[in-house]
Design a protein around this ligand. Structure first.
Ligand SMILES: C[S@@+](CC[C@H](N)C(=O)[O-])C[C@H]1O[C@@H](n2cnc3c(N)ncnc32)[C@H](O)[C@@H]1O
Length: 272
């Protein structure tokens, strides 16, 4: 995940093979800790244009298939394709009842689908893992039929800032994934060739009793820090103690807050 507000030095991005391996490993634990992901994906489903009747939908970055099953229920006449970069996630989704008809391993930046082959691209909390959001938009535009809809949710700058700031107080290493600025989502969507139906940023704040609950959850989701520059090996006791102390400065009556700045986008491919 790249914060495009700063130029990215070569090799500063998470390696896609590592992203795929991390999510594959997390397939079994993901659903038990995915409360935020459920809430965000449900919000995104609710934002789909009224009267939309796709004959084929794509769930991109489909994970364990929760939203493929929701799409199949919403559009019983349609057939669905689930694409994910993590084989482990696809295996998990294939073993569940309902959902997509096809499960295909692939990259959002180079979709393994024909031009103008789907009417809806639904992608929830996956594209923040893509270095080139321009390529994601271009690929969605390519595979959508004229009039088709891209609905996406993602994360932007401001996400997990409490954890980032707490680590900053301990050392200067990269402990937290980087995110694009909201302004970059605005700029890239405006230049994408899509008609914009909606683009907004909403904060979601989760609370944890302690820092370990948050870091364990990120690991169980497969969404922990994968950036080059991250510290290798286990975190020493003194540094962990420093982190716990620094995070306490953020404590609220509900617990330790973790802020997610969620971006919701709704775009339509022009008819002509
Ligand atoms: C946080 S999970 C979200 C899963 C699901 N959409 C949900 O909301 O529960 C992110 C998913 O995106 C997938 N992913 C990450 N990078 C991807 C890429 N470049 N192309 C396709 N899928 C990707 C991961 O393997 C993972 O399954």
């Amino acid at each position: 995940m790249t914060d495009l507000s700063r130029p990215t030095p070569p090799g500063a991005l998470p390696d896609k093979r590592q992203v795929a391996a991390s999510f594959s490993r997390a397939a079994a634990s993901y659903d038990s800790v995915a409360a935020l992901q459920r809430a965000v994906g449900s919000n995104l489903l609710e934002q789909l244009p009224e009267g939309l009747q796709p004959s084929r939908w794509l769930d991109l970055g489909s994970g364990t298939g929760h939203f493929s099953r929701a799409l199949a229920e919403s559009f019983p006449q349609a057939s669905g394709v689930a694409v994910d970069i993590a084989e482990g996630m696809l295996c998990h989704a294939r073993n569940e009842q309902g959902g997509a008809l096809y499960h295909v391993a692939g990259d959002a930046e180079r979709l393994p689908l024909r031009d103008a082959s789907v009417d809806l691209v639904f992608t929830s909390l996956a594209v923040q893992w893509c270095d080139q959001f321009t390529s994601v938009l271009a690929e969605a535009l390519r595979v959508l039929r004229p009039g088709g809809v891209l609905a996406f949710s993602s994360l932007c700058v401001g996400t997990l800032d409490e954890l980032r700031a707490s680590w900053q107080a301990v050392d200067g290493l990269v402990h937290v994934n980087r995110f694009r600025r909201f302004e970059d989502y605005q700029r890239l969507c405006a230049a994408s060739g899509f008609e914009q139906l909606g683009l907004q940023r909403c904060p979601h704040v989760l609370h944890y009793p302690d820092v370990r609950s948050l870091t364990h959850e990120l690991k169980a989701l497969g969404a922990h820090n994968l950036n080059p520059g991250r510290p290798s090996g286990l975190t020493g006791r003194a540094r962990m103690q420093g982190l716990l102390q620094a995070y306490e400065a953020f404590r609220q009556p509900e617990g330790l807050p973790a802020t997610y700045q969620v971006v919701y986008g709704l775009l339509r491919k022009p008819q002509a």
